[in-house]
Design a protein around this ligand. Structure first.
Ligand SMILES: Nc1ncnc2c1ncn2[C@@H]1O[C@H](COP(=O)(O)OP(=O)(O)OP(=O)(O)O)[C@@H](O)[C@H]1O
Ligand SMILES: [Mg+2]
Length: 211
């Protein structure tokens, strides 16, 4: 695969969607084909799965059932959107991916982290992002800003702190492929940092393809 796969991860309201859009725009302006997408969602089936997962009307969901819904969305999104885009050389910029599943369903909830990771990697054929940008925010500063809570946001600070530690552990395990940055820092400076990192990956990729 010749494209570049970039993912934004982090807790609720850490700035993922904002940065996904900023990076997609800046990389596109630099002349590259960009596919901006999100999980759950990003496909017709995925958006329907997303509705089930996030709608408070869904009520209690068995933890394994919830994890499998996320996994189903990821499997379909990878095959339908991410892989074809990477195969034709595009830059894929995705709002959440496997790490969110591990952090929320594994570290944050009752399921075993290794079980969740195995299911998530299986669903995504172990395709890993070239770069994961982790927007790290103290949940004590983030949670109180959320008035209109969805199912996951209704959880307490302790839950969000476990999720945060889950993300940080994943980043620590593979530092070369991560950029950990405090979310809610100056927006333009962070966006520029991420953009430069992606440009470096693209020029390295071009040099490899030339030889
Ligand atoms: N660096 C920043 N400085 C100030 N405000 C920010 C910054 N980044 C994001 N915001 C604002 O914070 C809010 C949440 O950002 P955004 O929706 O991008 O986060 P998210 O991680 O996608 O959240 P969600 O978990 O709800 O999808 C938005 O109103 C956005 O404009
Ligand atoms: Mg968002």
């Amino acid at each position: 695969m010749t494209g570049v796969f970039v993912v934004f991860e982090g807790g609720d309201h850490s700035g993922k969607s904002t940065h996904t859009a900023l990076l997609a725009a800046s990389v596109r302006a630099a002349g590259y084909e960009v596919v901006q997408t999100r999980e759950p969602g990003g496909t017709a089936a995925g958006e329907r799965i997303r509705d089930i997962l996030l709608d408070p009307a869904t009520g209690d969901l068995d933890a394994r059932a919830e994890a499998l819904l996320y996994a189903a969305d990821k499997a379909h999104h990878l095959t339908a959107v991410v892989m074809p885009a990477l195969a034709r050389g595009a830059v894929v910029v995705c709002d959440r991916y496997v790490d969110s599943m591990i952090a929320y369903q594994g570290a944050g909830r009752v399921l075993d982290v290794e079980d969740v990771e195995r299911v998530a990697r299986w669903a995504t054929r172990d395709v890993r992002p070239d770069l994961t940008v982790l927007l790290d925010v103290d949940p004590r500063r983030a949670v109180h800003r959320i008035a209109d809570k969805d199912r996951l946001e209704g959880e307490g600070v302790e839950f969000h702190e476990r999720v945060r530690q889950g993300f940080l552990a994943l980043a620590a395990g593979d530092p070369e492929r991560y950029l950990v940055t405090p979310g809610m820092e100056e927006l333009d400076a962070t966006a520029a940092l991420v953009h430069d990192r992606v440009m470096r990956i693209l020029s390295r990729r071009a040099a490899t393809l030339d030889t």
